[in-house]
Design a protein around this ligand. Structure first.
Ligand SMILES: Nc1nc2c(ncn2[C@@H]2O[C@H](COP(=O)(O)OP(=O)(O)OP(=O)(O)O)[C@@H](O)[C@H]2O)c(=O)[nH]1
Ligand SMILES: [Mg+2]
Length: 201
């Protein structure tokens, strides 16, 4: 099966700039705000109806990052936002796993109004590690809907995440989207930097 290929103007290259493309998967329960976080942020590919019907929206973004090893790096992210309606552990699991191939990093999105937020984050981090077959794949957690809970509730839920053995070393960022702000810059940059480490290239 062939899909229509989106066309993007190539940017003129700058001397000394290294370029790389990485696939990033965005996962999390249905309704946590994955599409909301990304809808204004990325140049989305032409809607690929077939893929969309199968629960995936693909977009791209290029960002300039600078690291100790690569001072000028343009990383293009091919972002696969996979609907949480394809629940892990159900018949849709095999379809979902089909989207993980080649992923170099993952954004796990959880909502602060989920009383079991830490457990939910663990479920998805496990799913990403198993599904990609890479137990050390760079992962960043995004926490949405912080405006829907009290400070005490948020503190307790974030605290549980910090105590989790499974989530050790996985950074998390608040990405409340109700104000319409672009909230993905920090988490995406953190993920891109992690993916640019020599051990992950
Ligand atoms: N208050 C608040 N609502 C949010 C936030 N993020 C998303 N929402 C709302 O949550 C609902 C679901 O958001 P989506 O972005 O469609 O969720 P999704 O994760 O893409 O869901 P699936 O595609 O079904 O997996 C929408 O009505 C959003 O307006 C947030 O940070 N705060
Ligand atoms: Mg969605």
């Amino acid at each position: 099966m062939s899909y229509p290929v989106a066309f993007f103007e190539p940017k003129p290259k700058e001397p000394g700039v290294r370029e790389m493309t990485k696939k990033v998967i965005v996962v999390g329960d249905s309704g946590v705000g994955k599409c909301t976080c990304f809808k204004h942020a990325f140049v989305m590919y032409e809607p690929r109806k077939t893929l969309k019907d199968m629960g995936v929206v693909v977009g791209k973004e290029t960002l300039r990052i600078s690291t100790d090893t690569i001072p000028k790096l343009d990383m293009t992210l091919s972002v696969w936002d996979i609907t949480g309606k394809l629940e892990p552990g159900t018949g849709a699991a095999s379809l979902r796993k089909g989207y993980y191939g080649g992923a170099a990093g993952a954004l796990v999105v959880v909502a602060a109004d989920d009383a079991a937020m830490a457990k939910t984050a663990e479920k998805w981090v496990k799913e990403v590690r198993e599904g990609t077959g890479n137990s050390s794949i760079p992962i960043v957690i995004m926490i949405t809907k912080t405006n829907l809970v009290s400070e005490a509730e948020l503190g307790e839920r974030v605290g549980k995440m910090r105590e989790s053995e499974l989530l050790r070393g996985v950074p998390s960022y608040f990405t409340e989207t109700s104000g319409g702000a672009r909230v993905i810059d920090e988490p995406v940059k953190a993920l891109a930097e992690a993916m640019s480490k020599p051990s992950n290239i």
